[in-house]
Design a protein. Structure first.
Length: 191
């Protein structure tokens, strides 16, 4: 039976629950495209079944931040997904802060093991700094999902070197996440 993975492309294209902005680029545009590349990679591999939170670039979920987050979690829970991967870009007022990190609800969990594999493979693929797997039990999408869930902060949209990768290597980020998923399950690349 195929492993069901729900990909949540963080934030909405406009209005409620908008994401970070850096160097004229919007988080929600980057997360949408990375999520679609990841979905395509997983769909081409018959070991996986995939759904995405946003199916078109202009799809808006919910009417507020709270209802947007709830819509994403409810879609994953009602499917029900086996794993939940939320994709984001980080931001910081200090433009020198850079790198990738993955958030989980708690240490020592299935999600933490998946997060480590995803972070290792993604950083190796795109060359960002490894900021580690971090615990944040306050994040709604980690707290309210009923399956192992990770929140991937691809890189900092407010850092010049990171944003260049976020804009020009979106497929690389998706491919790195895909390789991490394969490593977590002990799968080889499909032939």
């Amino acid at each position: 039976m195929a492993i069901k993975i729900f990909i949540d492309q963080g934030h909405n294209p406009q209005g409620v629950n908008g994401g970070a902005v850096g160097f004229g680029y919007r988080e929600q545009d980057i997360t949408y495209q990375v999520g679609m590349y990841l979905a395509d990679l997983l769909r081409a591999d018959d070991r996986f079944e995939v759904r995405t939170s946003r199916n078109t670039p202009d799809e808006v979920l919910g009417t507020s931040n709270a209802t947007s987050l709830a819509a994403r979690v409810n879609a994953a829970n009602s499917w029900p997904a086996d794993y939940f991967i939320s994709i984001h870009c980080n931001a910081n007022v200090n433009p020198a802060i850079n790198g990738s990190e993955v958030y989980v609800y708690r240490e020592g969990s299935e999600a933490a093991a998946l997060a480590r594999q995803v972070l290792d493979a993604m950083v190796a693929q795109v060359g960002t700094k490894d900021n580690g797997v971090r615990v944040n039990s306050s994040l709604y999408v980690l707290r309210r999902t009923r399956m192992p869930a990770i929140l991937v902060e691809l890189a900092y949209i407010t850092n010049a070197e990171d944003v260049e990768k976020l804009v020009n290597d979106q497929y690389g980020f998706a491919y790195g996440i895909y390789l991490g998923i394969l490593q977590y399950f002990g799968f080889s690349l499909p032939t």
